[in-house]
Design a protein around this ligand. Structure first.
Ligand SMILES: Cc1cc2nc3c(=O)[nH]c(=O)nc-3n(C[C@H](O)[C@H](O)[C@H](O)COP(=O)(O)OP(=O)(O)OC[C@H]3O[C@@H](n4cnc5c(N)ncnc54)[C@H](O)[C@@H]3O)c2cc1C
Length: 390
């Protein structure tokens, strides 16, 4: 099957080959095993870290390889294209951007070399709260400054990978909502070093969910964070988070592109091999056409993904493109998943073919990190100038 990389010289061929090579050591049996046991794919993340891919975005002066977000997105794409699940490691990529773009030199010197060396992980980000939902400005977690520290109280939900990460980016209100001019003001972000937190001040409750994704409810009870761990300016955290969320959306778009190609590849192979009524099922247009349509949708979404990464890397506004890339790619991969399941018929439901696992995994991206309706309303309001709906 022709894919993006076989149509023209690929500037990222070396990265693709190296990541593919690493991923080939973690086969379908590996992913099925961790999925069934609902365990963290420690060996895979360890191998990625040792090979330097987890520190791809860290500048060379801090021990990383100083790659761009475009290149980081290729790493994520190759993981899902190989049949793996990048949800176990993508946090480090997008959280890194928040620290790189808005952290102080002291913070970077303190943490980045250790992250690059694989001694620390920055995999976790606590934004979502149970009552606020997508309306982030209504978060109730507060951080009150007391001398040289902030004292945090509140609760987060869906905080992913925190059991497997020493560091977390945390969003909290530092000025009450009714005391700010704009509701997006008065929130701040902090780097929480879990190693320094007594368990009584931060409790985790794991959430068992549809996919093998380590995620938690987190409760803060007088959690003390040194003031030096405030990232950027107090009160500007929402702006920084949005910047990080653009990186997150773009990386997730790339993961969906990888998923899309995985489903297409499986569909094409199976449609050629499976013989029913004395002919390969792929000879029937009822099987061919949906696969062809999905291929077009994945390829089209990929163009938007590269537009978004180019803007992000050029430090240009990319909110619309990041959202559109994520939306188009998540929709395309979900459609490809559905078509793949249909092409496999009953066998699509058997765990040994991986289709049902990848089907569940890619479904997540129509909801998280931002759900479809919220992207549509962003484009309607901010790109098309339609009246604000909420
Ligand atoms: C597996 C998983 C991992 C996650 N990891 C993290 C993480 O690491 N860190 C983190 O901070 N968060 C994380 N999240 C949270 C995720 O970002 C949110 O679930 C997502 O943004 C949707 O928010 P919500 O669940 O609060 O939905 P809600 O805001 O409650 O919305 C529910 C539904 O209503 C729709 N809706 C809401 N308002 C409107 C409106 N005005 N118009 C039209 N439709 C509307 C939404 O689109 C959605 O479909 C994770 C979620 C999951 C499931």
């Amino acid at each position: 099957m022709k894919t993006h990389d076989s149509q023209q010289p690929d500037p990222h061929a070396a990265i693709r080959d190296a990541v593919r090579d690493l991923c080939s050591q973690f086969d379908s049996a590996y992913w099925q095993k961790v999925d069934e046991a609902r365990t963290y794919p420690e060996a895979f993340v360890d191998a990625l870290t040792k090979a330097g891919w987890m520190s791809a975005l860290i500048p060379e002066e801090y021990g990383g390889s100083g790659l761009s977000l475009t290149e980081a997105s290729v790493i994520m794409e190759e993981i899902t294209k190989s049949g793996g699940n990048a949800g176990c490691c993508h946090g480090q990529m997008y959280n890194m951007n928040t620290l790189l773009r808005h952290g102080s030199v002291e913070q970077k010197k303190k943490y980045l070399p250790k992250i690059a060396a694989g001694e620390l992980r920055l995999q976790s980000m606590g934004v979502t709260e149970p009552t606020a939902g997508t309306d982030t400005t209504k978060i109730k977690t507060v951080a009150v400054k007391k001398g040289d520290r902030y004292v945090v109280n509140g609760q987060k939900v869906w905080t992913s990978r925190l059991q497997h990460s020493e560091l977390m980016i945390l969003l909290a209100r530092t000025t009450p909502l009714d005391a700010v001019k704009k509701k997006s003001e008065g929130m701040s972000i902090f780097l929480v070093d879990k190693r320094k937190v007594p368990t009584k001040n931060m409790t985790l409750r794991p959430i068992r969910n549809m996919v093998n994704h380590e995620t938690n409810e987190v409760f803060f009870d007088n959690l003390e964070i040194p003031a030096e761990n405030l990232i950027g300016k107090e009160g500007s955290g929402f702006k920084y988070i949005l910047d990080g969320l653009n990186a997150e959306r773009i990386l997730i778009a790339a993961e969906c592109i990888g998923d899309g190609h995985w489903f297409l590849d499986k569909s094409v192979k199976y449609a050629k091999e499976r013989v029913v009524f004395d002919r390969p099922i792929g000879q029937n247009q009822g099987i061919q056409f949906p696969i062809a349509e999905c291929y077009m949708e994945v390829e089209a979404a990929d163009l938007m993904r590269y537009k978004a990464t180019a803007l992000f890397d050029a430090h240009k506004p990319c909110g619309a493109e990041a959202n559109m890339a994520k939306h188009l790619a998540a929709k395309a991969s979900w459609e490809a998943a559905n078509v793949c399941l249909q092409t496999y018929g009953g066998f699509g439901f058997a765990a040994e073919y991986d289709v049902e696992r990848k089907f569940r995994e890619t479904r997540l991206y129509l909801v998280a990190p931002i759900s479809t309706n919220l992207i549509l309303s962003y484009v309607a309001e901010h790109v098309l100038g339609l009246p604000r709906s909420f």
